[in-house]
Write a protein that binds this ligand. Structure first.
Ligand code: APR
Ligand code: ZN
Ligand code: ZN
Length: 360
């Protein structure tokens, strides 16, 4: 197999040849078709999450086809189109038993990891998936079988950005029809929050970003108002746009600096609900005024949109097919694996809603 491997923080990924064993019992071999380039991969490159072991094949927003199955596999077959998930749920732990699959206590793992043909070293797979590769072996329960009549790049986006954003609105916050919503950050995740708010029937959707091209995209995906936080104080502007009160809900989909996490709390009204959707660097402290939550406001965490992948992935594809969820418009660029570092550059420059790496 060919894969893009991170050996050192803040270094380009190395595209190289790796060897992969056949799937063991309960495991499946997936021929990958598309993998989205997500800010979370970049968090790893930047060294924001030092708990991720290196070297590792990055990529976690992935679709493909089952090419081989190990013994005892029952829920998928060779030829199935699948979206991969890093939070499949073990079904046994307390969180799974309570239906909170996204925070399952078990980490999916496989018996054998790929090995670099050049250095002979064992290479990890980010969150057990390693999507920037032509192939991967994952546990059966991490491959969700889905409809064939949606293109692979669109399916890949459902594996992370779309489910994370839409799910944070629908599953985590349970946004009520007619409410007001603000969204900080208009990347793949934030644009999906905007789409989720539209699907939930929000009345006003205020998008915040520092890039005008991202704010134009926000309008295309359903925002009713935009705020460029480089020019104005977003908290004041959001209050002004919501009768001086603040919005009922706010979603922080940046996860990089303290400032926007604080602003996302300050911009909600009494009883307001803030959801921190972005996955910040380890050790990023946030200082809040101790009276921030006094008027019965709350802050919720959301991990992969509180998704139950075997329910939510097919649901997202249905919304797409019904014309309620824009996925084609989210695909800004497609690159071969050899150009993976260019795809990250485009994300850093804020040029794309999403780019995908595609394999023939
Ligand atoms: N204020 C407002 N917007 C900002 C700021 C800021 N200070 N800094 C960055 N942004 C905007 C960028 O311009 C961009 O449009 O936030 C957006 C982030 O988009 P991407 O980099 O494409 O990130 P995405 O993949 O959407 O992920 C967002 O969610 O899953 C997590 O780890 C992921 O923390 C990341 C977050
Ligand atoms: Zn992601
Ligand atoms: Zn579990």
């Amino acid at each position: 197999m060919k894969a893009a491997v991170l050996y050192d923080y803040n270094h380009p990924l190395k595209v190289e040849s790796l060897s992969l064993n056949a799937p063991g019992p309960g495991e499946v071999l997936v021929k990958i078709h598309s993998t989205g380039v997500c800010h979370s991969d970049w968090h790893v490159i930047k060294g924001d999450w030092p708990h991720v072991p290196l070297p590792t094949v990055l990529g976690h927003e992935t679709s493909g086809v089952i090419e081989d199955i190990g013994s005892g596999v029952k829920t998928v077959q060779v030829g199935d189109h699948v979206i991969l998930t890093w939070k499949p749920g073990c079904g046994r732990c307390e969180m799974c038993q309570l239906g909170h699959i996204s925070v399952c206590d078990e980490v999916p793992s496989v018996k054998s990891l790929p090995v670099s043909s050049e250095s002979g070293s064992v290479v990890n797979q980010l969150v057990g998936l390693g999507g920037f590769a032509t192939h991967t072996v994952v546990p059966e329960w991490a491959a969700v079988s889905v409809d064939r009549d949606v293109p692979f790049p669109q399916k890949a986006l459902v594996g992370c950005a779309v489910t994370t954003g839409v799910g944070s609105v629908i599953n985590t916050a349970k946004v009520q029809q007619g409410s007001t919503v603000s969204v900080f950050g208009c990347g793949g995740v934030g644009l999906s929050c905007i789409q989720g708010a539209k699907i939930a029937g929000a009345d006003k959707i205020i998008a915040v970003d520092i890039k005008e091209n991202k704010l134009d995209m926000a309008i295309e995906f359903g925002a009713t108002h935009t705020v460029n936080s480089q020019n104005v104080d977003p908290v004041e502007k959001i209050r002004e746009l919501s009768d001086g009160l603040g919005t009922h809900y706010s979603f922080e989909a940046i996860g990089v600096v303290e400032k926007t996490l604080v602003q996302s709390v300050e911009c909600t009204r009494k009883k307001g609900v803030t959801v921190w959707v972005g996955a910040p660097p380890v050790g990023l402290d946030v200082t809040l005024d101790s009276r921030s939550l006094v008027f019965e406001k709350s802050i919720l965490g959301s991990y992969i949109g509180s998704a139950r992948p075997h329910i939510d992935f097919p649901k997202m594809l249905k919304l797409y097919k019904n014309g309620m969820l824009k996925l084609d418009e989210m695909l800004s660029q497609s690159h071969p694996i050899e150009d993976i570092n260019l795809a990250f550059d485009a994300m850093k420059r804020g040029e794309v809603a999403r780019s995908v790496i595609t394999f023939e």
